[in-house]
Design a protein around this ligand. Structure first.
Ligand code: NAD
Ligand code: MG
Length: 337
């Protein structure tokens, strides 16, 4: 196992970002955090929005200039593309590419479109990635409090010889050199991100919860009790693992739970699941997953909509909604992400 070097403030060229005119395209989770942090740090920032965007008031309230996407790109020499991945290729072709100039930099927070050739920038622009390892609101909160969240940086294309330094300077502007910046590639970030969300975080987790809940309910246990055991308590365990790794989690659960972890966990995620994980990874690496998803989005998204509806219409979801309605702390919880 080789380990990566963690980049910190000592590796940053502080002159690079102040000389750039930045366009942040999109003011969603990442866009709002990047625009506000870089603006507060004194960078020359404008936000590019669609005509009639509902975000316009929020950008103005933050004291940041607003422009249309083509205007913002024309004015800037670093363009951060922070709209949803599924919207990027069209906006890039129609509004960004025609307004880029040689020597400009294009920045992404996720490698999907560049890695799978949905966006193919001209050879004379830098193409870089800065991917904070947190949702935008948490990125903003941590950086504003003098901390920072870790980030990945990568260079897809270095037209100016400054691409890597620029990515690092931008990550520094987001506060991420305080938590550590790791260097990756567009391929590694994209493939591991897709694998993680499919096999472990979203797909794996949802299927695990669902299967555990259904096993208990089919055996005659009360759905409410099954919900608490298989979904509600997941947060407690995830919080422990987040804080102290699997060892820290196992130190804090009972010895009985720890013993059951060792003898039963590998039976649930055994050879069949590992084989499925390898197949999922292969479909990601070959581009088969990306092709299927892009076709789905470019078509009528009927399969996506069908699965979304099926996912919502489950006993687990009905029981959970009823129980959560009585958990006062969930009703007035601030956005924690
Ligand atoms: P988002 O969905 O929160 O926000 C997107 C913004 O773009 C919204 O303000 C929306 O109104 C605007 N928008 C949508 N379509 C548009 C269009 N056609 N033209 C102009 N603006 C449009 O997106 P996000 O989650 O911030 O994701 C942005 C990028 O950051 C993606 O590449 C994503 O993979 C990456 N990323 C996200 C996270 C995260 O936690 N959200 C973390 C790391 C990286
Ligand atoms: Mg420009």
């Amino acid at each position: 196992m080789s380990t990566a070097r963690i980049l910190t403030v000592d590796d940053v060229n502080p002159d690079l970002l102040p000389r750039r005119r930045l366009a942040i395209i999109g003011y969603g989770s990442q866009g709002a955090a990047h625009a506000r942090l870089l603006h507060k740090a004194g960078a020359d920032v404008r936000v590019g929005l669609r005509e009639g965007s509902s975000s316009e008031a929020a950008v103005r309230k933050a004291g940041i200039p607003v422009a249309t996407v083509p205007e913002a790109v024309k004015e800037a020499d670093l363009v951060a593309v922070l709209i949803p991945d599924t919207a990027q290729a069209k906006v890039y072709q129609e509004e960004i590419a025609p307004n880029l100039e040689a020597g400009n930099a294009l920045l992404f927070a996720h490698g999907f479109n560049v890695h799978f050739n949905e966006i193919q920038p001209a050879a004379d622009v830098d193409v870089i990635m800065v991917a904070p390892k947190s949702p935008g609101p948490m990125l903003y909160r941590e950086a504003s409090q003098g901390n920072g969240v870790p980030a990945l940086i990568a260079v897809h294309q270095d037209a100016t010889g400054k691409a890597r330094s620029l990515a690092l300077a931008y990550a520094h502007g987001l506060g991420s050199t305080r938590a550590g910046v790791l260097e990756t590639t567009f391929a590694e970030e994209t493939e591991t991100d897709l694998f993680g969300e499919q096999a472990v975080l979203c797909g794996g987790l949802s299927a695990l919860i669902q299967a555990g809940f259904e096993t208990l309910v089919e055996a005659g246990y009360q759905p409410e009790v099954a919900y608490f055991e298989c979904l509600h308590e997941m947060k407690l365990i995830v919080d422990l693992a987040y804080q102290g790794g699997l060892t820290g989690m196992r130190e804090r659960v009972s010895d009985t739970a720890e013993w059951g972890d060792y003898v039963s966990g590998p039976r649930v995620v055994g050879a069949a699941s590992r084989k499925a994980m390898k197949e999922i990874l292969e479909e990601i690496r070959s581009g088969a997953f990306a092709r299927r998803w892009i076709d789905e989005c470019e078509g009528d998204a009927s399969e996506f909509n069908r699965m979304r509806a099926e996912g919502r219409d489950q006993p687990l979801e009905e029981v959970g909604a009823r129980l959560r309605a009585r958990m006062a702390w969930l009703q007035d919880a601030e956005e924690t992400s």
